[in-house]
Design a protein around this ligand. Structure first.
Ligand code: FES
Length: 217
């Protein structure tokens, strides 16, 4: 299993802020805010900050349907942004949007367009989901208008291939966007487990600790 080098969050944060200030003109405002908020250790955990786990429903993260469950009919070969929504121990339905790194992107492709290294077992009928946060320095990724079959990160032009496991195809990201295993649940989309690798900013050991904590809240 791949071991990720533990990063000092404060050093990473300072380094990124320096980089971000130098490139602010090229960065979308929301993406930068997301990145700055995301570079920190996962402390003061509440249920609304826990990562997606099996059984969570994916809900729209933006637009007129924000907070509503995503339907398969809403999806396309363009990014649909989503939050995971789960139930806490008291049965309260909670959208896990207080942790920016929980942002997800969801697609529906023709099933035969999905290729390795996509985990096809974690997709259904061409629906596939990934982390929506760049693995370089934590900006939100988006559609690429000039190359529609790819994902583009606006911060430093990182590029990913959403039909091929979101592998890196350009720029500085060091690793793919982690895939979220999903299944179709009637018209909706449900996670069948957590992201298959840590989201941006967490080492593998911190990620495992966070998932353990998720079982207790
Ligand atoms: S944050 Fe640098 S390429 Fe995405």
């Amino acid at each position: 299993m791949t071991k990720y080098r533990r990063a000092d969050p404060e050093i990473s944060r300072r380094k990124f802020i320096n980089v971000a200030l130098g490139t602010a003109g090229a960065v979308g405002g929301l993406g930068l805010v997301t990145a700055l908020a995301g570079v920190r250790p996962p402390n003061r955990i509440t249920f609304s900050k826990l990562p997606a786990v099996g059984g969570d429903t994916l809900v729209h993260a933006e637009g007129d349907q924000s907070g509503q469950p995503i339907k398969v009919a809403d999806l396309s070969d363009k990014i649909t942004r989503a939050w995971p929504q789960g139930k806490d121990k008291n049965g309260n339905v909670v959208i896990k949007k207080d942790e920016p790194n929980n942002l997800l992107i969801v697609y529906k492709f023709a099933p035969d367009q999905l290729v390795a290294p996509t985990n096809l077992q974690a997709t259904q009928q061409g629906v596939v989901a990934y982390s929506g946060i760049c693995q370089h320095l934590g900006c939100q990724v988006g559609d690429n208008a000039s190359k529609p079959e790819t994902i583009l990160c606006p911060c430093h032009s990182g590029a990913y291939d959403p039909r091929a496991g979101c592998k890196v195809i350009g720029g500085p990201p060091p690793k793919p966007l982690p895939q979220l295993p999903i299944k179709l649940d009637g018209e909706g989309v449900t996670a069948t487990g957590p992201l298959e690798a840590p989201y941006f900013g967490l080492t593998e050991s911190d990620w495992k600790a966070l998932l353990e904590e998720a079982k207790t809240l």
